[in-house]
Design a protein around this ligand. Structure first.
Ligand code: HEM
Length: 243
């Protein structure tokens, strides 16, 4: 935080001290933080979805792939270094993404001291609410998901060296409620992505009705493809296609 002496009025001995924001805390800086961290998280989501689809190639192929993931970078990087660098990058991105979103939302609220008497159900407010609740659901899901499929704590098999067996046990028909929770979380990710990708494309592209329409369609396509790619795995187990 920087403090600057703005005005010095010797006659009345008045010193007015004002705060200047570091560039990253400006609204444009915060939006850039949202965009950069959002891109990192989307890249992770795409890679993770493609990796999950390897479940259709069988147990040994999927387990082999999961073991390889933990050793990327070797022998240049020792042991699980790459994995931990990736985990740290994801954690920093998630924290920065939430911090920037919260700061921007609080600032927008402070700029409007009198709440709208009648809040119109326009896209802006609808999307803002979806993003907030969607974000909370995704955060809770990721905590559950790590305890389920990474550490194995909440998984019926729970053996980190056998990810295929963990996935099959997870989405067994008797545990339909797990599939339901995963579906809810993945749909929340889809809504979040649709709005995030749309906002990013609108900022970067043409601000014309045609440009907006195109941004909306691309965002919807990205969200639908990602949702389908994720959901096909639990539903393949639920229906016995993968066992
Ligand atoms: C519904 C389909 C999904 C399936 C079947 C699935 C499967 C898995 C599996 C098997 C692992 C453990 C990998 C290993 O340790 O070998 C994992 C880890 C992880 N998944 Fe998912 N996942 C799904 C959806 C998601 C979604 C939607 C997100 C994000 C919102 C996500 C985020 C993560 C994260 C952060 C890890 C931990 C990576 C690590 O640090 O090791 N997953 N997932």
């Amino acid at each position: 935080m920087h403090w600057t002496t703005d005005q010095i009025t010797p006659s009345v001995g008045l010193v007015v001290v004002t705060r200047t924001r570091s560039p990253i805390r400006s609204s444009v800086g915060l939006k850039a933080v949202m965009a950069v961290t959002g891109i990192i998280l989307v890249l992770f989501l795409v890679a993770h979805m493609l990796g999950n689809l390897k479940v259709f190639t069988g147990a040994s192929s999927f387990d082999h792939y999961a073991h390889w993931l933990r050793e990327i970078g070797a022998p240049l990087l020792p042991g699980v270094w790459f994995l931990w660098i990736m985990r740290m990058a994801l954690l920093v991105s998630v924290v920065a993404h939430i911090w920037a979103a919260t700061t921007l939302a609080l600032r927008a609220r402070a700029a409007r001291p009198v709440q709208y008497a009648h809040r119109k159900k326009i896209q802006g407010s609808y999307a803002a609410r979806t993003m907030r609740w969607g974000g909370v659901i995704i955060l809770l899901f990721v905590i559950y998901h790590i305890l389920d499929l990474t550490t194995g704590t909440l998984n019926p098999v729970g053996d980190p060296s056998r990810p295929y067996a963990n996935v099959v046990a997870d989405f067994a028909p008797a545990r339909w409620y797990v599939t339901l929770f995963y579906t809810l979380a993945v749909v929340a990710v889809g809504f979040h992505l649709r709005h995030g990708v749309f906002s990013a494309l609108r900022s970067l592209g043409q601000q014309t009705p045609r440009g907006e329409r195109r941004a909306k369609n691309v965002a919807l396509a990205v969200a639908v493809v990602l949702c389908a790619g994720y959901l096909v795995v639990p539903f393949a187990v639920l229906t016995g296609l993968v066992s």
